[in-house]
Design a protein. Sequence first.
Lengths: 131, 290
Amino acid sequence: MKTLDVSVVTPDGPVLEDSFEMISCKAENGELGVLPGHIPMVAPLTISSVRLKLENDTKTLAVNGGFLEVRPEKVTILAQSAEDPNEIDVQRAKEAKTRAERRLESKQDDIDFQRAELALKRAVNRLDVAR
Amino acid sequence: MKSLSSLRDIKKRIDSTSKTKQITKAMEMVSASKMNRAEENAKSFVPYSEKIQEVVASIANSNMDAAHPMLEKRDVKKTGYFVITSDRGLAGAYNSGVLKKIYETIQKRHQSTDEYTIIVVGRVGYEFFQKRGMPVSKSILGMADQPNFNDIKELASETVQMFIDEEIDELTIYFNHYVSAISQVVTSKQLLPLTNMDENANAGTSQYEYEPNQEQILKVLLPQYAESLIYGALLDGKASEHAARMTAMRNATDNANELIDDLTLSYNRARQAAITQEINEIIGGVAALE
């Protein structure tokens, strides 16, 4: 099976560098699967999980604020944060979730609302991936 | 009797100077290790910044109808200054250099405080501007010694948002650029609007498909890019801070050594003088008895 090189980079340093058969992730306008030999492409990712497949193994990362750069032999994911399920602090994510929910309930101005919404998304995404 | 008390004074000064020396020596070593880590942090940020720059440049150059407010120059009604300083002193000219430069620039360019606003990292800078009645719109105090992206993210995105909301029309960042452990240079760089994209164009420009389209991508990408530039400057500034503090502390230790040498010399002289005087007194006493 053909593979393609994947590197995941964040401002705090590279997170992962390995070969995989397939990448599936969620772009702004829907699910996206990338196989080796894909045409060059750039797409922003939503706050979601990226799944990397190799044989029967699937590796999952929780990505926030990222985008995907595809070349035929290489895929680079640039994200503001990218976490492995083992790295995720479940307790903290849960706290962040309740905090964001509470803030969403108490009506506030737009910016705070948007921010709380994003925080909630991040927390839910982390919890999903950690599970 | 007088010589004895001066002897004691000198002894006291030697003791206190060597205590100070121990402290500065320890601070030098702490700063050296912090500097190494900060340097590593700055290095691990490089792949991200290079890649994002490459993609942004290739989009910005591939097609000019992909316009975005962050790429366009507009009339400057208000300028934003982003200043990176430290929270603590004892770092030599680290803070004074950057603050002096920005103070002079502002004095030269602006007549009234309505024409600019300041975003500042670090207590030293914050207090400097407060004292002079200059407008500080945002600040972070108590930044970690080894900051990660999360520590600055909020401030960075709020700053970029100020530009998008046309609260400010340009943004310049002032920080100490880390050249080496012994050399840091005060640097100013225009961050927004992003006008210098062309220079970086040849960095492996490749043609991409854009999903969904270029404008959408620029909308996501450019703020991230600007935030990453701010983060990069912060890492650079932190490495400089530790390096500057290390150098300052090394100088302080050297000075303490010199002072101790001088004091030891005068201590020995005074001691010798006291002994000589005592002998003279004894001889004088014996001579008087004969």
